[in-house]
Design a protein around this ligand. Structure first.
Ligand SMILES: Nc1ncnc2c1ncn2[C@@H]1O[C@H](COP(=O)(O)OP(=O)(O)O)[C@@H](O)[C@H]1O
Ligand SMILES: [Mg+2]
Length: 246
């Protein structure tokens, strides 16, 4: 299977973790078994977003160091059947190397239909570790110049790593704000700048923020849920139109 997907952005705060969670929930709804790996060492957050903070005893570095088995570092979500989480090390000093992380993912990926890896901001060592096992990548960008520059930089790094299945997710899109800001004439300019084919356009939706801080049980309340359903289908290779066109 070629379904190890790293979610990256270069710039922080574009919505990588949000996309990881919402996409994983959508895949699970489509009967896929999903492992979500938080690779944001020192700044992990997926455990909070999935309301699993109290469950986590062991993280990815414990599995690698032999403090626990691989299975013991994989936690099943209470709210989402078929969704599993491996947490990032709590402290940066336990950051894994790219080769060690690649080996770890290699040993567990065949138990899942999809492995989604959340990466830290930047294009440094943490990003290189997150991207090491990936077959595919999603670049998450907002439609503003600094975010687009981050997307361009991360695209170059992914190309250099030999990852050639790369798609763009434009997140937090608000047409009125986009037009008022006037950084770009249209969305094609954003897509052309990152030189990456668009796979999803996610609307700005304040309910996403609220839901993400409280666990994802209520994701279906959000208008953006259908966008992630569509993204999941597209990643499964189905030809479906964008759910939101801005
Ligand atoms: N589509 C969206 N609409 C509204 N808020 C969003 C959306 N996507 C993400 N956010 C919010 O933006 C902030 C950053 O998102 P997060 O996923 O933590 O980014 P990253 O992981 O890239 O640092 C969070 O407060 C999150 O709730
Ligand atoms: Mg994050």
């Amino acid at each position: 299977m070629n379904n190890v997907i790293v979610v990256a952005s270069g710039k922080g705060g574009t919505g990588k973790s949000t996309v990881c969670i919402c996409l994983s929930v959508a895949l699970v709804k489509q009967s896929k078994k999903v492992l979500l790996i938080d690779c944001d060492c020192g700044m992990r957050g997926l455990d909070i977003m999935l309301d699993m903070e109290q469950d986590i005893l062991f993280d990815a570095s414990d599995a690698v160091c032999g403090n626990c088995s691989f299975e013991e570092a994989i936690y099943k979500s209470k709210n989402n059947e078929n969704l599993y989480l491996m947490a990032a090390p709590f402290d940066t000093e336990n950051e894994l190397s790219p080769s060690v992380f690649k080996q770890l993912v290699g040993k567990i990926k065949n138990d899942f239909d999809f492995v989604i890896i959340d990466s830290p901001a930047g294009i440094g060592s943490g990003f290189m570790t997150a991207a090491a096992p990936a077959d595919r990548a999603l670049i998450v960008a907002n439609a503003e110049p600094t975010s687009v520059r981050g997307g361009v930089k991360v695209r170059k790094k992914l190309d250099a790593l030999g990852i050639n299945d790369i798609r763009l997710v434009i997140n937090r899109f608000d047409r009125k704000m986009f037009n008022q800001l006037g950084f770009y004439n249209d969305l094609d300019e954003v897509i052309d700048a990152v030189q990456t084919q668009l796979i999803a356009l996610v609307p700005f939706d304040i309910r996403i923020s609220v839901i993400m801080q409280r666990g994802v049980a209520g994701l279906n309340w959000s208008a953006a849920a259908s966008v992630f359903d569509c993204l999941a289908l597209r990643l499964e290779g189905q030809r479906v139109p964008l759910a939101f066109k801005g």
